[in-house]
Design a protein around this ligand. Structure first.
Ligand code: SAM
Length: 459
């Protein structure tokens, strides 16, 4: 297997207590975008000196600005079924929890989607528990169709990333045919003994099957895959190095690594206490992890959810996060019920409960362009095609304009006067900064078309 436990553990031991010179030399190379070895990553994970950490944050922030500009992609999760055959010790939806189980009918899914569309969302992450009987792949595929075909005034969901349990090549082919965006699956923990311990009596308990899920997804033709670790289950140093090894394995085997990496931290959930988990990470360690991942894989998107607080989200956006969720519910049927002020059972607690409009206002105030762009996969810019564009810097020419256009669309359809004023000023400034005259003209024309009522314009 490509996650070599002994090798990782040895790296962690041999890189402890790094000298200031060693750290500085690694950071110099990181700033020159030269790429880091496993030993370098292990060394950075040990850094405790505040001056070196500050430099690490600055380099991560600079890399992010160079590659992504100031756009931040915004999305929401949609939970459609909490049936689950697994007993993940950390999860509120585990089989042994006596909670009401439900899955949404096609009509209920459409209602959720309409509520999400009214919030301005265009991109969803579809979430389900694992249950081959109550929530089989055909149910998921039908849900995807229900979501894509539910339109509401100008509202439409244009990209569905899917987070379903590890499955077969045949099932991944069905997801590919259903036109999904990224296939997302968190490894939860790369540490095999911990993996087995936190997934007792579970279909999910097969470490190797879970670890090779992306290979099967790639075999089925899905070339945008999103990995992640549930931080808090095992030693974070082990997890970060293993995550990088997984990325390298995908690059070697399939020519392209992770499209995105998610960095969820363990949260309180029904039927579990955080005290049961000895590897919970503090805020300072979390920030360092985000910065190190950004430095180690500069071209990979980093996704942050509402598990983190408003303050934490604001801070780590500066160190490398490129996508955030907003206005999220982690309960099945949660959006409609929230609208009706009902109660629901959530998978875990969220820390940032602001609406997308509030989140977007803060992003714009901080100089970011919130983006609902879904152009890449619709234009075939996926897998290694996307990565080549990202690595050559050309992706900027499409991402930045598309971000501006989708922000304009949001403001016209779901905004208020305040965001319109702030957002238009930001867009104006951004247009002035566009170097290529042809793109500048295109953006100006498209913004005018949007104001006249045209929608879904993208490059
Ligand atoms: N059932 C799918 C699977 O087996 O991979 C995943 C869907 S689950 C709805 C999404 C993710 O939520 C899980 O992969 C896990 O990392 C995360 N999660 C579960 N319990 C959590 C908790 N207590 N705190 C934070 N995240 C949690």
């Amino acid at each position: 297997m490509f996650i070599k436990h002994d090798y990782i553990e040895k790296l962690i031991q041999t890189s402890a207590n790094p000298t200031a010179e060693k750290v500085s030399e690694i950071l110099d190379r990181a700033a020159r975008k030269e790429g880091l070895t496993h030993q370098d990553i292990a060394t950075l994970l040990h850094v405790e000196d505040p001056v070196a950490i500050k430099r690490m944050y600055d380099i991560a922030g600079q890399l992010k600005r160079d590659i992504y500009g100031n756009r931040i992609v915004v999305f929401a999760p949609l939970y459609i079924s909490n049936y689950c055959v697994n007993n993940c010790t950390y999860c509120g939806y585990k089989h042994s929890n006596d909670i009401p189980r439900r899955k949404l009918s096609r009509e209920e899914i459409q209602q959720e989607v309409m509520t999400l569309e009214k919030m301005g969302h265009k991109r969803l992450a579809l979430e389900v528990g694992e249950d081959p009987v109550n929530c089989d792949i055909d149910y998921v595929v039908d849900a995807i169709d229900a979501i894509y075909t539910t339109k509401n005034d100008n509202g439409s969901i244009r990209r569905i990333n899917v987070n379903v349990a590890a499955t077969t090549v045949e099932n991944y082919r069905k997801l590919k045919a259903a036109d999904i965006g990224t296939y997302i699956l968190f490894q939860e923990t790369y540490h095999e003994p911990t993996y087995k311990a936190v997934h007792p009596k579970s279909v999910k308990g097969n470490y190797e099957y879970h670890l090779t899920a992306f290979d099967r997804a790639m075999e089925a033709g899905i070339d945008d895959v999103g990995g992640g670790v549930l931080f808090g289950l095992a030693d974070h140093m082990f997890e970060v190095i293993a995550l990088m090894m997984h990325n390298e394995h995908l690059e070697e085997a399939w020519g392209v690594g992770f499209h995105t990496i998610s960095v969820p931290r363990l949260k309180k959930a029904e039927g579990m206490d955080l005290d049961q988990f000895p590897h919970i990470i503090d805020d300072e360690t979390f920030k360092k992890i985000v910065a190190i991942i950004r430095i180690a894989v500069p071209f990979t998107g980093i996704i942050l959810s509402t598990r983190e607080s408003q303050e934490m989200r604001k801070e780590v956006l500066r160190y490398g996060v490129s996508q955030i969720s907003a206005g999220s519910c982690t309960g099945v049927g949660g959006y409609k019920e929230q609208e009706l002020l009902g109660k629901r059972t959530d998978q875990f607690t969220v820390a940032d409960e602001r609406s997308p409009l509030e989140v977007l206002k803060e992003l714009v105030t901080d100089g970011y362009i919130p983006s609902y762009c879904t152009a890449c996969y619709r234009q075939g810019r996926t897998g290694d095609r996307f990565m080549q564009l990202a690595k050559s810097g050309s992706i900027q020419h499409v991402c930045q304009p598309n971000a501006m256009m989708t922000l304009m669309e949001f403001m016209l359809d779901y905004g208020d006067e305040e965001i319109l004023k702030m957002g238009q000023a930001l867009i104006q400034k951004e247009i002035e900064n566009i170097q290529r005259v042809d793109i500048k003209e295109l953006v100006i024309n498209n913004i005018e078309k949007l104001k006249k009522g045209e929608r879904d314009i993208y490059l």
